[in-house]
Design a protein around this ligand. Structure first.
Ligand code: BG6
Length: 462
């Protein structure tokens, strides 16, 4: 982008700003990607923080002292819950006549409506171009997401709205696109004729990490599946877009979401299970909570490419280890042919490891070294590993450049809430939540969910 811009960060003293945004902004600055950025305005309301104090926080966040970088910053102290205090910000912004405004809402979701309304109102008197970046969670359920979208529409055009899902900025997730659409060998087998099922997992060894106020109201299904994992599913399953632009890519993704089989409320136990890790109440000092720290869901996409292929999505906290992955499990070779080999070989697999490291593996069957020609084949794998670029850095650049391809459109957000809503409704009325041991792979009910179908959960590294 050649035009000048400024960045305004709401929640400038919060965890997200300190842990992710400032380091990413600094990295872009060091790469000369912020040459057109005239100012970065951070806002916060903490009583004892002024500009000097703020710069100390910034220094801690980027882990270095850099006066020229610091000079890019302003700190505006204001309470975003108070309408009258928006004037402080309005006055500061009125100094920037030509710049585009990039507003970044790095604040708790409870503040989104107030910020959007107040910001939208005072911006009416500004001619400047603008973009608004909204962090997850976007809504608490289908109704609140629709309501938030309606409010945004009053003040902003859809092409000004960047709903962030940081998983889409991850290298491996974008590599799904690369692998699928630039290789004829994969595209030919990417369908129900060859693929048995797909597993998308975001397993974590950490717990709630001081975010109880948010997490206990939300739980694993809302926190990870409604957004991150359903987004990944839509990229894995989409048709090739006619051309690479944000509209066409998102049009193809929404088609996938619209084709997902609706889960009837009474059928929820057949499609979804949840769990809470043993000790959650003690760790978080709660007397009672039905919040799930684990969720697994089975979804079907009813279209020509995917009919009958289950997509298993799962996520959980305090599990054995961190593994974020997509595993494409191919069909077994027909029994008739396995007779030639006198055994039933393992299924072939394409695995995308998203975290902790960025790698893609292709696992296939070969005769064991030195074995006879008819020996039972063993799994052999080829692996590609690559460095990881911080997802927020990729996304931040896209915001600056005005590329919305990796951001969630209004209709995608609402459709993904619609997919999980029956599960949320069913769980709300069901007091029984399975408990799983810390350090395990989740509740036994999740094992049963997949075992019932004659399958098992897979892991990329054994
Ligand atoms: C966030 C969730 O969106 O993603 C967290 O709110 C989760 O609960 C995190 O820990 C996982 O992301 P990453 O990039 O660390 O795998």
């Amino acid at each position: 982008m050649n035009n000048k811009f400024i960045i305004v960060i709401f929640g400038g003293l919060g965890d997200l700003a300190q842990n992710k945004l400032y380091p990413v902004i600094y990295s872009l600055y060091k790469k000369y990607r912020l040459l057109n950025c005239t100012k970065i305005i951070s806002t916060g309301r903490r009583p004892n923080v002024d500009k000097e104090e703020f710069l100390k926080i910034l220094e801690k966040s980027i882990k270095t002292h850099d006066d020229s970088f610091f000079s890019l910053f302003d700190f505006v102290k204001f309470d975003l819950e108070k309408e009258e205090e928006y004037n402080h910000l309005k006055n500061v912004l009125s100094n920037f006549k030509e710049e585009e405004f990039i507003f970044y809402l790095a604040t708790p979701p409870t503040t989104f409506e107030t910020i959007i309304k107040n910001l939208g109102e005072f911006l009416k008197s500004f001619p400047n171009k603008r973009k608004i970046v909204i962090e997850k969670p976007f809504g608490y359920d289908l109704y609140s997401a629709q309501k938030l979208n309606q409010l945004i529409k009053i003040y902003f055009k859809e092409e000004e709205v960047y709903r962030i899902d940081h998983f889409l900025g991850k290298e491996t997730v974008q590599n799904i696109f690369g692998l699928r659409f630039s290789n004829i060998i994969f595209e030919g087998i990417w369908n129900r004729n060859f693929i048995d099922h797909i597993q998308i997992s975001a397993l974590e060894d950490i717990g709630v990490e001081g975010r109880l106020g948010y997490y206990d109201k939300v739980g694993a299904l809302r926190d990870m599946i409604q957004n991150h994992l359903i987004q990944i599913l839509s990229i894995v399953a989409m048709e090739p877009p006619c051309c690479i632009n944000e509209k066409e890519i998102r049009d193809e993704k929404i088609k996938v979401l619209k084709s997902i089989r609706e889960i009837k409320r009474e059928d929820v136990p057949l499609y979804a299970v949840r769990g809470q890790y043993e000790g959650y109440l003690i760790d978080e000092n709660l007397s009672q909570s039905n919040t799930e720290t684990y969720a697994a869901v089975k979804l079907f996409i009813e279209n020509l490419r995917w009919d009958g292929v289950p997509f298993y999505l799962r996520t959980g906290k305090k599990l054995k280890r961190k593994e974020t992955s997509i595993i494409i499990v191919f069909k077994k070779i027909p029994g008739l042919f396995s007779k030639i080999l006198d055994c039933m070989p393992q299924e072939d697999i394409i695995g995308f490891k998203i975290a902790p490291e960025n790698k893609i593996i292709l696992s296939f069957q070969l005769r064991p070294l030195g074995g006879s020609m008819l020996s039972c084949p063993v799994s052999t794998s080829m692996e590609w590993t690559g460095p990881n670029i911080e997802a927020y850095e990729t996304l931040f650049m896209d915001i600056i450049e005005g590329d919305q391809s990796l951001f969630i459109r209004e209709d995608e957000i609402e459709k993904s809430w619609e997919i999980v809503q029956p599960i949320l409704d069913f769980w709300k009325d069901d007091p029984n939540i399975p408990i799983y041991p810390q350090g395990s792979w989740g509740p036994k009910e999740a094992e049963e969910l997949i075992r019932r179908d004659g399958r098992e959960w897979r892991y990329i590294d054994g």
